[in-house]
Design a protein around this ligand. Structure first.
Ligand SMILES: Nc1ncnc2c1ncn2[C@@H]1O[C@H](COP(=O)(O)OP(=O)(O)O)[C@@H](O)[C@H]1O
Ligand SMILES: N[C@@H](CC(=O)OP(=O)(O)O)C(=O)O
Length: 421
């Protein structure tokens, strides 16, 4: 059994969807569990629906949902040739459920409604892909992953209940392979024990695929991207990037943690624990070798690795009464970050201050600043970039930070991080 994951970029046009079909046709007679994300930028569009709904701008929310509906019906019609396929009823059902949600009064927390609405993207894309593949002779079974992935109720960042999910995979997913070699499921979503939809965190479909790979004891997982494989830097940000044919789990978990957006950071652990190799391959050219990520790959063959995280904020938190920032105070500050779900990307402390770099999420930061206000003065700088270089070589770091002001810097023998203005 292999697990494949196709992301939004691979489904953003009819031509690309046809490339995906050709990939599946090149794996005849193999059992494939396929995890699919929402098409193109649908998740961003659904986020706008959720925001407008919660701000009680119902008409705008309904109009945005209607636009998403039209786009999906158009794609489905182009792929399926007409609107007679039973999948159109299924799509209608999904939209009707979303409209019911829009009809509710938003009395619960925002994150709950976000998940009920945003989970629609993956349900639509998988239903359309499944119908299209079946029509193209790629026999498959569509699966609602919300019947399989049981989670807690941390909406927007739900945690998998591994025991329940393992039971569901064994009892409900494995038998499906008796009917077809291919089973298609949604990435990014799951459900609570109250049957409420949840999402697993933005870009979480790589992780969903890894959960399936782990629980199915798959022989491998492949994530099909618009790049030839894992590179030493994001080719959209840097020229002359180098493809990495082989790299270890531990190196990739560091890259993802520092912000390389090619693989979701939570993807590695479920694979590492079961020794399942992860392939990164190009859906644009399936015959390229891509990258294999596995255990025990020597770092000596690695080029310098560069990660650039944009839209960063520097917070400098200084005690108002000149108290030292000691362990107990750091622990209080950390507790506040944890409570407001803010991840610290880089930190440094001095006698009476604590500086850290975080992603720019203005609402969360505002609440954090209010919570710390009584005891601390807080300085705030936005519009920064966090540069991480591993295995630096002569002149590279200086070249990358040329004409920039360095606001924070941290070095270890392998990794250098600079917060740049
Ligand atoms: N080190 C890297 N190697 C390859 N691609 C990278 C790297 N860092 C960032 N990327 C970016 O990741 C993108 C692919 O990931 P993503 O857009 O999340 O795909 P999908 O949503 O289709 O799964 C590439 O287009 C590339 O710009
Ligand atoms: N559709 C979700 C989940 C995901 O992983 O998407 P993609 O595979 O396109 O990054 C998102 O955009 O966050």
């Amino acid at each position: 059994m292999k697990v494949f994951k196709f992301g939004g970029a691979s489904l953003e046009s009819i031509e690309r969807i046809q490339l995906v079909a050709a990939i599946l046709q090149s794996y005849p007679d193999q059992q494939l569990l396929i995890v699919i994300s929402a098409m193109g930028k649908t998740t961003n569009e659904l986020e706008k629906v959720a925001q407008n709904f919660y701000m009680r701008k119902r008409e705008i929310a309904a109009q945005l949902l209607h636009n998403i509906e039209q786009q999906h019906l158009d794609v489905a019609e182009k792929l399926l040739g007409n609107r007679n396929n039973p999948v159109f009823e299924q799509l209608q059902q999904f939209f009707t459920e979303a409209e019911w949600t829009l009809g509710e009064k938003p009395l619960r927390q925002y994150d709950y409604y976000y998940d009920q609405l945003v989970s629609l993207g993956e349900l639509l894309s998988t239903a359309i892909m499944s119908a299209y593949f079946n029509l193209a002779g790629i026999a498959n079974t569509w699966l609602d992953v919300r019947d399989i992935f049981r989670t807690d109720d941390t909406f927007r960042d739900a945690n998998i209940d591994w025991d329940w999910t393992q039971r569901n995979v064994t009892e409900k997913v494995l038998p499906l392979f008796k009917h077809t070699n291919i089973v298609i499921a949604q990435g990014f979503i799951g459900s609570t024990d109250q049957n409420e939809s949840v999402t697993l965190g933005r870009e979480g479909s790589d992780y969903s695929a890894a959960v399936f790979a782990n629980l199915l004891n798959a022989e491998s997982q492949t994530i099909w991207k618009d790049v030839e494989g894992l590179k030493n830097a994001d080719p959209k940000l840097f020229p002359n990037t180098i493809n990495i044919p082989e790299i270890s789990f531990s190196e990739v978990i560091e890259m993802a943690y520092y912000g390389a957006q090619v693989i979701h950071p939570k993807t590695i652990k479920p694979l590492y624990l079961k020794h399942i190799p992860l392939y990164v391959k190009s859906f644009l050219n399936k015959d390229l070798p891509g990258t294999v990520i596995r255990e025990d790959v020597d770092v000596k063959q690695l080029p310098p690795i560069i990660v650039l995280k944009k839209n960063q904020v520097l917070l400098t938190i200084t005690s108002r009464d000149f108290s030292f920032i000691t362990e107990d105070r750091i622990s209080d500050i950390y507790e506040m970050f944890h409570k407001h779900k803010i991840k610290i990307n880089l930190m440094q402390n001095a006698a009476i201050s604590f500086s850290c770099c975080i992603d720019n999420s203005s609402e969360k930061i505002e609440l954090l600043m209010k919570a710390l206000h009584d005891d601390f003065k807080i300085a705030y700088f936005e519009g920064l970039e966090l540069l991480t270089v591993r295995y630096n070589k002569d002149g590279l770091l200086e070249e990358l930070s040329k004409d920039r002001t360095v606001l924070l810097e941290q070095r270890s023998p392998v990794t250098i991080q600079r917060l740049l203005k």
